[in-house]
Ligand binder design. Structure first.
Ligand code: BF8
Length: 675
């Protein structure tokens, strides 16, 4: 530990058992290491503090000062009429629905405010107010322009000519930014959904009007004494969540691709073992890739590498944590050092010279951990500061982003010499192939002539691929780190289900070696293994950060368009899952998946158990309305099989269940058929 700092950590009453806390050996080693050094981590806090038994059931209302009103389920269960109510008369179902809606609002706000920041920087680029950012993928800009009603050609003397590119960029930037607050109409991107899905939202009156409005309206409706009908509250959850998935998050993904380039498959690594003892280690953590893009460019420049060398390091090693890590992984191959629960551990290696954070999923305790080491903890976003005095704030501004990035890289290099003696970087890391997107899936699994998802659909129809699963989301310290993600995914691919992943789930699956083509031969069923081997893809495709769940929506839409699997997302043999969810963003994502027609299973308990009617509405009745519904299953094998059962139900409805049986025939069956 650095001699100049003092530890402020409080010794917890109980310490976590490293082996029981994670299935990842690097994490186990580092939890033990932290305990030896007397540095408290989230794993220790999770055994010291238990969740509130009433809050976890969703039935604590603190929306006015007559409460908090807590409506626990009677121990003996409810017989007859459920008479529980708060002081105002609010029922458990109203309270749970309001709490759920506020989670949707917070999640949608987080993704969408990220999207707004990206759109604002894009407007600066389009106005040529900054030299640090460029348009790296002009084709993507031309592809999205029509969705905003921006023409890409002009008629001159009856001839169609390409429109001035700068004009297109500026108009797209203005129209995109207007999506947050336009006074009339509905969101532009909704029409990217399959037509029957769009029409359903329209018929239900649930087309989001503008992004900010839907979030504000949730806060209004859930204020004391406003919306008291849980079904009506869920309608607004749908609007706000669609404003996230098919709005703010999708715009974030697209404009990031336009400015930073659309990802394409690349090789990288994952886990704490990517950190290097003889290099300056800079860990980038958070969600918005605006500054991290610049840090990557700065850290790779000869000027900064030479500077690091003058400080005694052999070079600069960047590593990501959480979704900003996924962003720079997908576009530059920067390896993730860890997922959500590993953020403190990266500092505890003693080799983290700087940790740069922006917004979302950043532990406040990082500052306490950093105090025990030499690590410079740098906040960069005006809306996300820390109170501790060891934290440095360097505010990001797109007008001098490269200057800020260089300042941060230099600061980390200068700090290299301040490391203490106790460096321990776990050796564990795994190779991964990441960088998939809607376009690269089309390239790998599309038809050569049709330019669509034809080959993917063909393999689903013939049964080699049983279906598609989206496995996304967080880690949760209440769940053994990584175990649910890995167990569920292994069970799915064993049963020939192709997996698309994002967020911390993607980092998890990478560190456990599931993101390589070679994995297919070890873990996959014969059909999926054959497809992966033929086209050279992993059975688990990493599509990026949590805002990139929009890529999953668009990939599903492309599958619908390619034909043969129904005419709506709800018809597809597909299911979604967030095995170890913890964030409000996960609830917003879940709701937009459900409202887009996807059966969505969460692993960790949802805050619904105290409100049986509302829970039943989400877990059963929504299917009638959207084709998708919520579910929760903590047992990972059962969890996977619930998804598989849903996939099989959809295969049957499509009349392709027989095709699947044919694929599973053994040689003797085939010979008998041929005879
Ligand atoms: O947005 S998966 S822990 S990092 S919330 Fe957070 Fe969850 Fe990770 Fe990315 Ni998404």
């Amino acid at each position: 530990m650095s001699e100049t700092t003092t530890t402020t950590t409080i010794k917890p009453k109980k310490l976590a058992d490293p082996i029981a806390s994670s299935i990842d050996p690097a994490t186990q080693e580092m939890i033990k290491r932290a305990q030896e050094l007397g540095v408290e981590t989230v794993f220790d806090r999770a055994v010291t503090m238990k969740p509130c038994n009433i809050g976890i059931q969703g039935i604590c209302c603190k929306n006015c000062a007559m409460g908090p009103c807590r409506l626990p389920l009677p121990k003996a269960g409810i017989e007859g009429e459920d008479t529980r109510k708060g002081l105002c008369g609010a029922t458990p179902n109203t309270i749970a629905a309001r709490n759920f809606a506020r989670m949707v609002a917070a999640g949608a706000a987080a993704h969408s405010d990220h999207g707004r920041s990206v759109a604002e920087v894009f407007l600066s680029v389009a106005r040529k107010e900054t030299n640090d950012y460029k348009i790296k993928d002009p084709a993507k800009l031309l592809q999205i322009a029509p969705y905003f009603g921006v023409a890409t050609t002009v008629e001159v003397d009856g001839e169609s000519l390409d429109r001035d590119f700068d004009e297109i960029a500026l108009e797209v930037a203005e129209k995109a930014l207007a999506e947050w607050g336009k006074p009339e109409g509905t969101l532009a991107y909704l029409k990217r959904a399959p037509a029957p899905l769009y029409e359903r939202w329209k018929k239900l009156g649930e087309l989001p009007r503008n992004i900010d409005r839907e979030i504000v309206e949730i806060m209004h409706r859930t204020h004391m004494g406003v919306d008291q009908d849980y079904k009506n509250i869920v309608k607004q959850c749908t609007r706000a969540s669609l404003a996230d998935g098919w709005g703010g998050a999708m715009i974030a993904t697209d404009l990031q691709d336009v400015m930073f380039g659309s990802p394409s498959p690349l090789q990288s690594e994952a886990n704490l073992g990517i950190m290097k003892e003889d290099h300056v280690n800079i860990i980038i953590h958070g969600h918005e890739p605006l500054l991290s893009e610049m840090i990557v460019a700065a850290a790779q420049s000869a000027e900064m590498i030479d500077y690091a060398k003058t400080k005694g390091a052999k070079g600069i090693q960047l590593g990501g944590i959480c979704c900003t890590g996924n962003e720079i992984l997908q576009r530059h191959g920067v390896p993730p050092a860890g997922n959500f629960l590993q953020q403190e551990l990266a500092i505890i290696t003693g080799a983290c010279d700087a940790m740069v954070v922006d917004v979302q999923c950043v532990f406040q305790n990082l500052a306490n951990v950093a105090k025990c080491f030499h690590t410079k903890l740098i906040t960069t976003h005006p809306i996300a500061k820390m109170e501790q005095d060891n934290v440095i704030h360097i505010e990001f501004d797109e007008h001098h982003a490269m200057e800020d990035a260089k300042r941060i890289v230099k600061m980390a290099s200068d700090n290299f010499k301040n490391r203490g003696a106790e460096i321990m970087i776990p050796k564990h890391k795994a190779t991964q192939i990441a960088g998939f997107g809607v376009e690269s899936i089309e390239y790998h699994l599309g038809g050569t002539f049709r330019g669509s998802y034809y080959t993917l659909n063909d393999n689903i129809i013939n049964g080699r691929i049983r279906g598609i699963a989206g496995i996304v989301g967080c880690n949760n310290a209440r769940v053994k780190h990584n175990e649910e993600h890995v167990t569920i995914v292994k069970e799915l691919i064993k049963n020939d289900v192709l997996v698309l992943t994002t967020g911390c789930s993607g980092i998890t699956l990478a560190m456990h070696g599931l993101l390589t083509p070679e994995t297919a031969q070890v873990f996959c069923g014969p059909g999926l293994a054959e497809v992966c081997e033929t086209v050279g893809i992993p059975p688990v495709l990493h599509l990026g950060s949590c805002v990139d769940n929009s890529r999953i929506l668009l990939a599903a839409t492309e599958v619908v368009k390619a034909g043969g699997l129904g005419n709506d997302i709800r018809d597809l043999p597909a299911a979604g899952s967030a095995p170890e969810w913890m964030s409000e963003k996960a609830i917003a994502i879940g709701q937009y998946f459900v409202a887009s027609g996807v059966y969505t299973v969460f692993g960790y308990q949802m805050p619904l158990d105290g409100a049986p009617k509302f829970k039943n509405y989400l877990y059963n009745e929504l299917e009638e309305i959207y084709g998708g519904k919520w579910d929760c299953e903590p047992d990972p094998i059962k969890h996977a099989h619930k998804m598989i059962a849903h996939i099989d139900k959809k295969r049957k409805a499509l009349g392709i269940d027989k095709a699947r049986e044919r694929v599973l025939m053994d040689m003797a069956d085939r010979q008998a058929l041929e005879a």
